[in-house]
Design a protein around this ligand. Sequence first.
Ligand code: DC
Length: 232
Amino acid sequence: MNGYNAIAIDGPSGAGKSTLARMLAKAFGFLYVDTGAIYRTLGLACVRAGIDRRDAAAVMELLPKLDIAIRYNENGEQCMFLNGEDVSREIRLPEISIAASDVSAHQEVRSFLLEMQRKFARENNVIMDGRDIGTVVLPEAELKIFLTASAEARAARRYKELLEKGQNVTYEEVLRDIVRRDEQDTNRAAAPLKKADDAIVADTSGLNLEESYALLCDIVITRLAVEPEAAR
Ligand code: DC
């Protein structure tokens, strides 16, 4: 196609997409693009501006006034900037997760943010994760993976992660958030979370991180005929 390879990883919240995509990107020398972070940054902007995230017109009025940028730091990590401020940490707060889910339900918002995402794939080998990468953003991706796990398994992992970050949450709250977001992301009219017909399903419910990574590595090596950089 354009000389670059694209790997699309879609799936529900907390399936391990970002952790695994980041590991794969590092191993295979691809650029990792976390598209959820873009919606999170917009969600944060709406919270700060005090606007109703469910009101598409209000969100669309705000959007062109914002400078949302993805930058990569010296360690190759993706950082999100909102009007020049690094908000990479703040967008991970649980209240921003649901704000992101709210703003991402609007078709106009999704269309506005599409080009920003596609540009990366035109200029790099990318591993991009999100909800609609294989179906909408990069329908021509060379490899599509639908990464999933049971809601309970995902909640348990996210809970552990948040505790480690010192955040004060209960497992029940995390599970409830995950179920709510799944429902919202799956049932919305605009680009719902859906497996692309040609995506490979990877279910990591019973797998730990190393096992999940090994599974995905195998898929990448077999399907793209590439080797991890360390093995070259
Ligand atoms: O992957 P995440 O949890 O950081 O995503 C935050 C929200 O953004 C999630 O609820 C769904 C939405 N999202 C989306 O609609 N499309 C994407 N490509 C990525 C995320």
